[in-house]
Design a protein around this ligand. Structure first.
Ligand code: SF4
Length: 435
């Protein structure tokens, strides 16, 4: 092939099939996209062993993408139900699926994903190592953590989250500077606990060069995890978060030296007024590497509605530089999401992504809204359903449940329908509000 990773190809001036496909999808010039990939400002996560993947570009100059987290847990172990959620997420337009399985035969599910699922697949090997070795945490060796990373790469995973920013230095800062909600990242908490129990350096930090060699071999994109993401509004932008971000910035440069594609994971819980500045800090420290945000949730007080708190934060984050939104479901903080929770989470996240694309002036996004408002002006209900972000499921249900007296109105205003009456007046017709 003459290249190792998509970044390597872009730097060598090789136009890969994946690059061409993403440029066509995004309606941008191939050379421009190649320039972004070469500089690390866009990534195309495609593992060489994930042959059915539909290539997708992630970067702030591209359309905002969304990720859906799925997978089994000790309490919810039905692989078929998880696969149903995966396929429903893909149908609904999720560009990426993160398999966060933490119980059962995780490799079988992962391999099924990379054999059947066209979405970009991500994993967190830290979770899986604990399941795979099935022994006390402190008995896992540094080498074993790396072996699981390599196994995921061989299985065709396109991007992997590793919490390598919480090295000894960051851990010391975290311990010295008290936080309101400590560490809320699952992978981050596991590796921090392992470091404390064994006294060892974080293996993903200590052996980062080996990780990079594996990434280069399979073209795995690294998603540098934020163990110290704020888990509460109180902790947003604190010393631990920024200390870790600085380390992630340094690790980004090292990855780029080996042509490895990188994304940076971000907050977390964060008040609205800090979101823009946080995006700018990340862009500066990590030299424009795509930012993958987990929310941000703009308040702590809405359990059951965190798809909304995350969509508010996600829309602002993506407007100011985030490229990739991790969906949040109404079940966040409460339970493993059901199929319906997944659906609600995806729609909320898609609304956030699209709102940001409008704010960024994306022509496709503007055209979609133009066509919807045209259908509204024409009181064309079928067209409105067709263009709705969820495929019209909810809009059709609502209209079906509340039938107006006149088809060219809805039950909100009836014959006082402003749209209908102005259309009539502009056509030179009479209006019959009180007839
Ligand atoms: S009846 Fe009122 S709410 Fe319904 S379409 Fe007309 S203007 Fe809009």
């Amino acid at each position: 092939m003459g290249y190792t990773t998509q970044m390597d190809a872009a730097r060598k001036g090789i136009v890969t099939e994946e690059l061409k496909a993403v440029a066509a999808e995004e309606k941008i010039d191939v050379e421009r996209l190649a320039g972004l990939v070469a500089k690390g400002q866009a990534v195309i996560p495609v593992n060489k062993n994930h042959s059915c993947v539909k290539p997708c570009g992630i970067g702030s100059a591209l359309k905002t993408k969304i990720n859906v987290n799925l997978g089994t847990s000790r309490d919810c172990l039905d692989l078929d139900v998880e696969m149903e959620k995966v396929m429903s997420a893909v149908e609904m337009g999720a560009e990426a699926i993160m398999d966060l399985s933490s119980f059962g035969d995780t490799q079988a599910f992962r391999r099924r994903l990379t054999a059947e699922c066209p979405a970009v697949i991500g994993t967190v090997p830290i979770y899986d190592a604990v399941v795979y070795y099935n022994k006390p945490l402190k008995a896992i060796t540094s080498r074993e953590w790396l072996d699981v990373f390599k196994m995921h790469a061989e299985d065709g995973v396109d991007f992997m989250t590793i919490h390598c920013g919480i090295n000894r230095n960051t851990a010391d800062r975290f311990r010295a500077c008290k936080r309101h909600t400590n560490i809320v990242s699952r992978g981050g908490s596991i590796i921090f606990a392992w470091m404390m129990l064994t006294g060892n350096e974080n293996p993903f930090f200590e052996y980062y060069d080996e990780i990079l060699d594996i990434c280069r071999e399979y073209d795995v994109t690294l998603s540098l995890g934020d163990a110290c993401r704020p888990g509460s509004i109180e902790d947003a932008g604190d010393i631990s978060q920024i200390e870790e971000l600085v380390t992630l910035g340094e690790l980004t440069m090292r990855a780029w030296e080996k042509d490895v594609q990188v994304m940076i994971e971000g907050p977390g819980h964060m008040p609205l007024n800090q979101v823009k500045a946080n995006m700018e800090i990340e862009k500066t420290i990590c030299k424009g590497a795509p930012f993958y945000v987990l929310g941000p949730l703009v308040t702590d007080v809405a359990p059951g509605y965190d798809h909304i708190t995350a969509a508010i934060g996600g829309a602002i984050a993506a407007t100011y530089g985030a490229s990739f939104l991790c969906y949040v479901t109404p079940a966040e903080h409460l339970r493993l999401p059901t199929v319906d929770d997944v659906r609600e989470g995806i729609i909320a996240s898609k609304i956030a992504a699209h709102a940001a694309d409008l704010a960024k002036g994306n022509a496709d996004a503007w055209d979609w809204d133009y066509r919807m408002s045209e259908a509204r002006r024409n009181l064309d209900w079928e067209k409105q359903f067709e263009l709705a972000i969820d495929g019209g499921v909810k809009a059709r249900k609502y209209r079906g449940e509340s039938t107006p007296e006149h088809e060219d109105t809805c039950t909100m205003c009836g014959k006082m329908c402003a749209v209908r009456n102005i259309n009539k007046i502009l056509r030179g017709e009479d209006v019959d509000i009180m007839d």
